[in-house]
Design a protein around this ligand. Structure first.
Ligand code: SF4
Ligand code: SF4
Length: 80
């Protein structure tokens, strides 16, 4: 089962450059055309489930606007 992850985008830093969108291997990021950041850009956002928490978007973002979260793996419970 893939790791469940999610991202948060800091509106103060995102400039809508779309680098994270092209870098995401599972294509779950898009620009949010319903909002503008304080600087006047459409910010990146998660568009669907499926983020694996791989962190590539955070690494590629030139403005360090993305924080990646990963659900911790659940410990296996012995069945016997
Ligand atoms: S790479 Fe960073 S600055 Fe560019 S759209 Fe994504 S979050 Fe915003
Ligand atoms: S952490 Fe990985 S899978 Fe999740 S949005 Fe960023 S690049 Fe895509």
């Amino acid at each position: 089962m893939p790791v469940k992850g999610w991202i948060e985008v800091n509106d103060l830093y995102c400039k809508g450059c779309e680098l994270c969108i092209t870098a995401c291997p599972v294509d779950v990021i898009q620009l949010d055309y319903s909002r503008l950041t304080p600087k006047g850009y459409h910010p990146a956002m998660l568009k669907s489930d499926g983020c694996t928490g791989c962190g590539i978007c955070a690494v590629i973002c030139p403005d360090a606007a993305i924080t990646v979260y990963r659900e911790p793996k659940k410990a296996k419970v012995p069945t016997a």
